[in-house]
Design a protein around this ligand. Structure first.
Ligand SMILES: [Zn+2]
Length: 402
């Protein structure tokens, strides 16, 4: 390498570093070609993917981060491609790591076609995995697929599945709002009403005594099942069993103007939704906007905020965070049944989900007055890695606890 080449590469590396820092556009072209004044084939940066013959279940690509390497020229039989930006963080450093051809027998269109090709990419910034948008199925196909989901509210297996999210939410709501009930009773009767410990309650097991205690709390609250699908189960159970007011919202099956609920809800349940969403930042912002802010009391404490209950499949990586996928990880990812649903397009690590809501919150706090004095708290349920509780707390409260 002569001096001029070295200078060129140094300039190129600075450009690349700047490019990687900005990661601005949601449709950033990752076939990045930077040509310096020395103009030679080495002064170009490209991401490559082999074409043709993808064949079976998975094809490993070279794992080269787009925009991050200096290409040594165009190898024969190889075509430069544009990699889509990450739908979670908009990062441009995305790496295709697998391509599948599956038969989705439940889709009539797929029965006719026989196969559905999906390319999976990995974001080196936030560790999200996602399906290349060119491989998305149509809205009509997705709607038919959602209608095939077996989400019968009375199906005991589905109730048990849903319980993974509802049980920690119930515990949280009873702790969060249970003391409010006791206080209201106290002020109404003029007597001291000691707050009761939260009863052990399980969504999948009815118990008249604990159900009465839960009803006292939940019947005072307003909630929403965000993305409830065609057979809304949460509103059915919460209404029938606990006399709670749960609004159904689903952009396909229960469309609704959400603006009247801005900052108005005590809880929002969002189960098995984020993996379907092409623009998760928009959804995360919308969810955070729905929950009620904490309200200061005269004694300096705060009435608690509303709470979000999120459930989505988490792919817990065994390798270092943000490292390229190893072959065993690719195999494990593709064996995961979650990746075989053609309506699932984004796959999260726990840290990916945290980053999603932190970013959404930071955007809101810089643009919306009511968020500017708050912080967001994100907790993963210790009993189920797929469940997260998210709420808003006063900034001072976070500082005190640090
Ligand atoms: Zn990302």
């Amino acid at each position: 390498m002569d001096d001029r080449d070295a200078t060129s590469l140094s300039v190129l590396q600075r450009f690349q570093a700047q490019f990687l820092r900005t990661q601005a556009s949601s449709t950033t072209t990752t076939h990045l070609t930077l040509e310096t004044h020395s103009e030679n084939s080495r002064a170009k940066s490209r991401a490559w993917v082999t074409t043709g013959g993808t064949g079976g279940i998975a094809q490993m690509h070279t794992g080269r981060a787009s925009g991050g390497q200096t290409d040594m020229g165009s190898p024969p039989g190889v075509t430069p491609v544009q990699h889509p930006a990450c739908p979670v963080c908009q990062g441009a450093t995305t790496v295709p790591f697998a391509m599948t051809r599956h038969k989705y027998r439940s889709l009539s269109e797929d029965r006719a076609r026989g196969t559905l090709v999906r390319e999976f990419l990995h974001c080196m910034h936030c560790d999200a995995c996602f399906v290349n948008p060119v491989n998305y199925i149509s809205d009509e196909e997705a709607k038919r697929r959602y209608a095939e989901h077996e989400n019968d509210p009375q199906d005991s297996r589905y109730v048990k599945f849903l319980g993974q999210a509802i049980n920690p939410l119930l515990c949280d709501l009873l702790e969060r709002f249970g003391s409010l009930t006791a206080q209201s009773v106290s002020s109404a009767s003029g007597a001291d009403a000691p707050s009761q410990p939260a009863p052990a309650i399980r969504f999948e097991e009815k118990d008249p005594e604990s159900d009465r205690a839960v009803s006292k709390v939940l019947s005072r609250l307003s909630g929403m099942d965000y993305g409830c699908g065609p057979g809304p189960a949460v509103s059915y159970h919460f209404g029938e069993r606990w006399n709670a007011n749960v609004i159904n919202y689903d952009p396909t099956f229960y469309p609704l103007d959400l603006s009247p609920y801005d900052g108005a809800l005590d809880f929002v349940v969002c189960t098995e939704v984020l993996e379907h969403v092409a623009e998760p930042q928009e959804t995360a912002s919308q969810l955070l906007q729905l929950v009620r802010s904490p309200m200061p009391r005269t004694d300096g404490t705060s009435l608690p905020s509303g709470v979000l209950c999120i459930m989505t499949g988490i792919f817990a990586r065994k390798e270092m965070p943000r490292s390229p996928f190893s072959r065993p990880e690719v195999d494990a990812f593709l064996k995961w049944a979650y990746t075989r649903d053609p309506t699932h397009i984004v796959f999260y690590q726990a840290s990916t989900l945290e980053l999603l809501f932190l970013r959404a919150f930071n955007r809101l706090s810089s643009s919306t007055m009511r968020f500017s004095t708050l912080s967001v708290r994100i907790r993963q349920d210790p009993a189920c890695k797929n469940v997260f509780l998210i709420d808003l707390v006063p900034k001072a409260q976070v500082n005190e606890s640090v």
